[in-house]
Design a protein. Structure first.
Length: 319
């Protein structure tokens, strides 16, 4: 657990260092308007790229709403609420350590990718009133203050870190909330399933999820509303949210699928490290044993077939 928390911290801190760096590089977006005496309309066109999400929310009049006036605060509140609620829900359950370990690993990896993404191609910040004092400090102190939430930056756009945080929480609820190891009550509370699914089980015979439950629906609604709020308040462009969502889902799925193939190559150092990383996960060990027995049976049948072909060839029989 200590190793994965350290890994997560390094990934997030690398991202904040890159945030400070792109903030320094983005000074061109503020110096050119002053140099050429941009009007307010010119400034809006120069600093905000055309975005279909912005057009939609402007069309429905969201810019005049209370939510829009909250600006950066509303996405923060929604993401913080998702994270705190998820920690409170899972941390003390038998699967709490496993969930925290996988959550931290994926979060650290995604923010490491984000640190590369925001500096590779810079986009102008769509939130025109965003201001920052990050450049009043050197890169290392500034990164620490950004990490602590004391400072914000205005140039880390592509892709959205808030989307990554919200999506990871949704995936955690989707993947684990139905499992016995995190059940809070003996009785099942699933009114949506009772009405819509007519008693259909949540999992199949081998424990795979086949339908969503009430709490999964509710959490995904919260997550999707968070995505819309991020765009509506012009906290990020629509493409920032889409790419953040794709990255998060693909990495989460890749991580879990990869876990079930680790036994196939024990000579790979990364596989050995991941086996050590997951060795305390009871869920992982059970599914590993099932998969190991299945692949062993396939290999035994294959070897038997090869030996039979060889014997027929040696005896001159047609294969």
């Amino acid at each position: 657990m200590v190793a994965v928390l350290l890994y997560c911290f390094c990934g997030v801190y690398f991202n904040t260092v890159m945030q400070w760096y792109v903030q320094k590089r983005s000074m061109v977006f503020s110096t050119l308007p002053l140099k050429y005496n941009f009007t307010k309309k010119d400034l809006e066109l120069f600093t905000t790229l055309p975005d279909i999400g912005f057009d939609f929310f402007d069309w429905i009049g969201i810019q005049d709403s209370y939510a829009f006036s909250l600006g950066t605060h509303l996405p923060d509140y929604m993401v913080f609420g998702l994270n705190y609620f998820t920690i409170a829900r899972f941390i003390l359950t038998p699967l709490g350590a496993t969930i925290q370990r996988r959550w931290s690993f994926n979060l650290g990896t995604l923010f490491f990718f984000r640190g590369i993404s925001i500096v590779a191609t810079m986009l102008p910040n769509p939130m025109q009133h965003c201001t920052t004092k990050a450049l009043d400090y050197d890169v290392w102190e500034g990164a620490w203050r950004i990490l602590a939430g004391e400072l914000v930056t205005c140039a880390d756009v592509l892709f959205s870190g808030h989307t990554v945080n919200a999506c990871l929480v949704g995936l955690i609820w989707h993947t684990y909330s139905h499992k016995v190891g995190v059940r809070l009550f003996r009785a099942k509370c699933d009114p949506i399933g009772a009405v819509c699914c007519l008693g259909r089980p949540v999992t199949n015979e081998v424990g795979r999820l086949v339908r969503a439950t009430t709490e999964k629906y509710l959490m995904w609604i919260w997550v999707i509303v968070t995505f819309f709020v991020i765009i509506a308040t012009r906290f990020h462009y629509t493409i920032d949210v889409i790419i953040g969502l794709w990255m998060c889902v693909l990495l989460w799925k890749l991580y879990h699928y990869y876990l079930y193939s680790l036994y196939m190559n024990r000579e790979n150092y990364f596989d050995i490290a991941m086996q050590w990383f997951e060795k305390d996960s009871e869920e992982f060990n059970v599914e590993q044993e099932i998969a190991r027995q299945a692949i062993g049976s396939i290999r035994r049948r294959s070897m038997h077939g090869v030996q039979e072909i060889r014997s027929r060839t040696e005896e001159g029989e047609p294969v």
